[in-house]
Design a protein around this ligand. Structure first.
Ligand code: SER
Length: 318
């Protein structure tokens, strides 16, 4: 039975991944570690929660053997837009955090999951059908930490045999914990605004196409990759994964099918627009499909139906 540590467990992915792993392996086998946000809802009540700054190597090195951790899902990181505002801080959290995790994993023989991102690509990457192995010259500090992270994970595997694996997530849409400081956050914010006031002012231009995924698929991707027989893997880190690819205008049109009086306006944020413009439009994720059976369940229509149902219920209960 694995003993799992989730860093960044209070974040957008971590909160849902921790609960999914607790369902799968038993609450006692999954330790949630958070730092910047307070644990909400079931997170603190269903199993062990510890406060951990991933930059604190000594604390991590004590926790891993003390709790007998065998698998680390390392999600603690700053997202793209907020990282541009504090590049040194972003480097510190994203890189020191990952190095500390990889070092603990090396010493104590843990498996590691590291989420990379579409941000690991840049303006000179082919934007359509972006290949698995292609040019990676990101123009954001966040993207630079993600490429470096992919390389470090591969290095720790090659050099020390650490079983590090990961995917390149697209924008993630979810209804439990809000993302914070990302460029794709509009695709979450729009649902709250649509249900509450039937209008949303989008910070990206109407035609900005980006890859996206609904959170249940993102959770499934992480768990499935980590449980795949290593012999099937040619790549290990930075697997392209996507489920849908749309523009703000297309997302708004899909929401209007459910809420005909919903309207969208545009108040462009130049920082986030420039970041989005440097990312691919649609990745080719055939390597993930071939090597470990990646198969998303939610397309745009199914995601919008489910999001509106959840957000409506959530806001009604508030
Ligand atoms: N969703 C992330 C962001 O917008 C990309 O990894 O920063």
């Amino acid at each position: 039975m694995p003993r799992i540590l989730v860093t960044g467990a209070t974040g957008q992915i971590g909160a849902e991944l921790t609960l999914a792993l607790r369902e799968r392996h038993g609450a006692d086998h999954v330790i949630a570690a958070g730092h910047r946000r307070e644990p909400s809802g079931n997170l603190a009540h269903t199993g062990l929660y510890v406060s951990l700054d991933v930059r604190d190597a000594a604390a991590l090195d004590a926790l891993v053997p003390e709790q007998g951790v065998t698998v680390i899902y390392h999600l603690a990181a700053l997202l793209s837009a907020v990282a541009e505002e504090q590049p040194l801080h972003a480097w510190d959290i994203n890189m020191s955090g990952l190095l500390n995790v990889l070092e603990s994993a090396r010493k104590y023989g843990c498996q590691v999951f590291f989420p990379s991102s579409i941000a690991a690509f840049g303006p000179d990457t082919p934007p359509f059908d972006t290949p698995q192995d292609t040019v990676q010259h990101p123009s954001t500090i966040y993207g630079i930490t993600k490429v470096t992270g992919e390389l470090l994970c591969d290095y720790y595997h090659r050099r020390y045999g650490v079983d590090a694996r990961g995917v390149r997530y697209p924008g993630l849409i979810s209804n439990q914990v809000l993302p914070g400081g990302g460029t794709t956050d509009y695709a979450v914010d729009i649902f709250y605004a649509a249900v509450k006031q039937r209008h949303y002012d989008c910070f990206l231009r109407a035609g900005t196409q980006l890859d996206m995924m609904y959170m249940p698929d993102a959770i499934q991707a992480a768990i499935q990759l980590m449980e795949t027989d290593a012999n099937r893997l040619t790549h290990r880190n930075g697997f392209n994964v996507t489920a849908m690819s749309f523009t703000p205008a297309q997302l708004a049109a899909e929401i209007q099918r459910h809420l005909p009086d919903f309207t969208i306006g545009y108040a462009i944020d130049p920082l986030r627009q420039a970041i989005a413009d440097s990312w691919p439009r649609h990745m080719d994720d055939s390597a993930a499909r071939y090597e470990w059976g990646w198969q998303p369940r939610y397309d745009l229509a199914a995601m919008v139906t489910d999001m509106l149902r959840h957000i409506t219920a959530k806001l009604r209960n508030e």
